[in-house]
Ligand binder design. Sequence first.
Ligand code: OSB
Ligand code: MG
Length: 368
Amino acid sequence: MKITSVELVRIALPLVSPFRTSFSTQTRRNALLVHVTTPESDGWAECVAMDDPLYSSEYVDAAAHVMRHHLVPRLAAAEGLTAARVAHALHPVKGHRMAKAALETAVLDAELKASGTPLSSYLGATKDRVPAGVSVGIMDSVPELLDAVGGYLDQGYVRIKLKIQPGWDYEPVKAVREQFGDVLLQTDANTAYALKDWKLLKRLDAFDLLFHEQPMDEEDVRGHAELARLLDTPICLDESIVSARSAADAIALGACSVINVKPGRVGGYLEARRIHDVAVAKGVPVWCGGMLETGIGRAANAALAALPGFTLPGDTSASDRYYSQDVTTPFVLEDGHLTVPTGAGIGVEPLPDVLAEMLVGREQVPLG
Ligand code: OSB
Ligand code: MG
């Protein structure tokens, strides 16, 4: 396959409500879409890097920069490029997995469109719809949180994830558990705790949670293994898992018994599938995380979440949980599930009118 153009498309989408985590408050998603063209077809992908390097070291301007100056020239120079060879072509560049993932996914979308294959079939999906959870941000008060959670449960979401941090953990979790009975409930701390805080998390053992996601620093894998021994509640890792190798290591160390798979964080859908395979081999359940994606990223995530080892509901919420107007045909919640796209490739494309309305800038990347 020959790449004839790579375009970076920046769009801005207001969030329907602010999304507060232990590291930031987002009111808008400044998304970066990648559009590649080949003589046979074209492909789209979303780079999930955020505005600031607060979730991980990547951020959207850096992702655009590394694509422009380091990654795209390597792709353009690669002989006999296929989606399966993108990672190898980009391997000399260290890190920047979100940027690499976006390029690989755009090439994969183009390739699968040319052969008429849906991404879900290509990855080995076994389901045509996936259960949807929702990630609920930190709020100013417990009543405000209960309102938000109640609204999501009324819509049919099958699992609630509460963002926590020291000072916003025991009270909100207790209140949600008491108000909403035996709903599937889990937390995500985005590294806000340290091992010395373990007693704060120990108090949450009372609430029969599915797991705590990434309580501590991403590099503190051994600390998570110690924490896992101190708590009854299982540990799930997000930020710490950047590859199939790091997944295998974390599992072997006893640092996690559940894994959140985000394709952007691990360098793409092919590596995400390898993590799925490692986890299945070790009996570790996986689920598909989210990065407030637009419909472009969400479509591909829904395909991944349909693999057999994805046995827990994902942060694969409907479009209207995030945006009043998505850039694709919206994903809707039906009986607590999202339908996996059936079209070739990722199965969706930006709606031209909406794209034009949300556009912040488009840039053709020189090919070398
Ligand atoms: O840690 O899972 C996370 C959003 C942005 C960055 C990190 C995370 C999140 C979420 C939201 O929790 C998941 C979603 O609904 O997309
Ligand atoms: Mg997380």
